[in-house]
Design a protein around this ligand. Structure first.
Ligand SMILES: Cc1cc2nc3c(=O)[nH]c(=O)nc-3n(C[C@H](O)[C@H](O)[C@H](O)COP(=O)(O)OP(=O)(O)OC[C@H]3O[C@@H](n4cnc5c(N)ncnc54)[C@H](O)[C@@H]3O)c2cc1C
Length: 401
């Protein structure tokens, strides 16, 4: 499956940050990690830090799946509001999920410091816009629910928005706990760190068959090599449907662009916050540490990669138009545009942990618009499961929730 099309910015900017060999022999290991995107890298980092030996395999170059295409806004606000999630799963489950996602951002900040690379991590506030007057009440309820569990979020009315930003909206929520990152650079930095602790990484190594039994797991590569492992982690992103019978996510195409460096960000608020609007079509914006606008949205159900690619020029034009509507005084020239696929689950929550069809295996499926925060939680949950330690977040993301 083609996960991306066009020119995702991060690999264009960095090229191949590290190269890794193809697997050309049979191997044995404690844990095999299948997938070398941000999720696989976080899992590898956590396992190696816990003293668990691992081998990581990817069919592409490292980070060239969805991780290459991500706009990497880090928000605790998932695709389903706290209000709606509380209705679906009960207040306690929903609140714990929101707080776990908030804490994941802080954990990622610490990790970015530990691995010490320039991965563009910056704390940002996150502005959630109401599109229509009638959204105000919905946002009010959401504000109260979030404040009641200690999330730092403030209400902006039309006047506040007009004072701080170039655009007008009936209301908005300004969350204090957000961030942005360069997930591609972070993936490489995490893997380099884990390699210094003994991780072995093989890219351009396609795993075509997996046999899992109570005695362990055997992976077979397209070249006919075998990896035997006591345990396996699927960090296979949106291609996991090759292994799971049930559809746990609906695939969505999303479109993104990055601008040429901007002369000014006038009208973007004091700290160039993250901006998003859950209207249809969806919209999300950030800036980059090299002074560009990065934005995405215009999501629609994924049918096939060819259709997604055909739509790219039209979607890029629509995104540019929406930028001009928000910031009429800013001259934004598109430098690169691309499309990618992501998955939406029924409740907006990730799927993490064991699955009855796959003995000795764990899934780290950070599905959702904010998949990266889930990847942090997945890495911790899976590490703890392997160490036999309890993890307070594990039940939030079980397959049988
Ligand atoms: C345009 C776009 C914007 C996004 N914006 C955001 C955002 O703002 N914030 C956010 O948090 N998230 C965002 N996301 C989602 C985010 O990008 C994903 O959650 C994240 O990148 C998933 O990482 P991953 O490692 O799980 O998957 P991937 O990066 O896809 O990695 C999975 C890897 O598994 C490998 N693999 C799969 N099957 C096999 C096999 N059989 N053999 C060998 N290798 C295999 C693939 O080659 C791939 O490299 C966005 C996604 C897109 C497309």
């Amino acid at each position: 499956m083609d996960l991306t099309s066009g020119y995702p910015y991060w690999p264009v900017k960095h090229g191949l940050l590290q190269t890794y060999p193809r697997l050309d022999e049979d191997l044995e290991c404690d844990v095999a990690i299948l997938g070398g995107g941000i999720t696989g890298a976080l899992v590898a980092y956590h396992l190696l830090e816990a003293g668990i030996g691992a081998v990581l395999l990817d069919r592409r170059e490292i980070g060239w799946g969805s991780t290459s295409a991500t706009t990497a806004l880090l928000q605790y606000e998932i695709d389903v509001s706290l209000t709606d999630l509380s209705e679906m799963l009960g207040a306690s489950h929903a609140e714990r999920a929101y707080l776990a996602c908030r804490d994941a951002i802080e954990k990622l900040e610490r990790l970015a410091k530990v691995v010490g690379a320039d991965c563009g991590f910056e704390r940002k506030r996150s502005l959630y816009l109401a599109s229509r007057k009638r959204d105000r009440e919905i946002l009010r309820t959401e504000l109260e629910r979030r404040q009641a569990i200690g999330l730092a979020v403030e209400w902006l009315d039309e006047t506040d928005i007009g004072r701080r930003f170039a655009f007008s909206r009936p209301a908005a929520l300004l969350s204090h706990d957000g961030a942005q990152v360069d997930a591609y650079a972070l993936t490489h930095a995490l893997l380099q760190h884990a390699c210094s602790r003994g991780l072995r990484v093989y890219d351009r190594t396609n795993v075509t068959k997996v046999d899992a039994s109570r005695d362990g797991v055997t992976l077979r590569t397209a070249e006919g090599h075998h990896v035997r492992a006591r345990r396996l982690v699927f960090a296979t992103g949106y291609e996991t449907h090759e292994f799971l019978k049930e559809r746990v996510a609906k695939l969505v195409s999303t479109y993104a662009l990055v601008s040429e460096p901007m002369r000014s960000f006038e009208g973007w608020g004091e700290d160039r916050c993250l901006i998003w609007e859950h209207a249809t079509p969806y919209l999300y914006l950030r800036t980059t540490s090299d002074g560009r606008v990065m934005m995405g949205g215009e999501d629609e159900e994924f049918r096939d990669p060819a259709r997604r690619d055909r739509l790219l020029p039209r979607k890029t034009e629509r995104l540019s138009k929406r930028f001009r509507e928000l910031f009429p005084a800013l001259d934004m020239q598109v430098a690169f545009a691309w499309a990618g696929t992501f998955g939406e689950t029924k409740d907006g929550l990730a799927y993490i942990g064991e699955h009855p069809d796959w003995p000795c295996s764990y899934f780290a499926l950070g599905y959702g618009g904010n998949g990266i925060t889930y990847s942090v939680l997945a890495a911790e949950i899976i590490r703890d499961a392997m160490l036999g330690r309890p993890n307070a977040d594990a039940d939030l993301f079980r397959f049988d929730r």
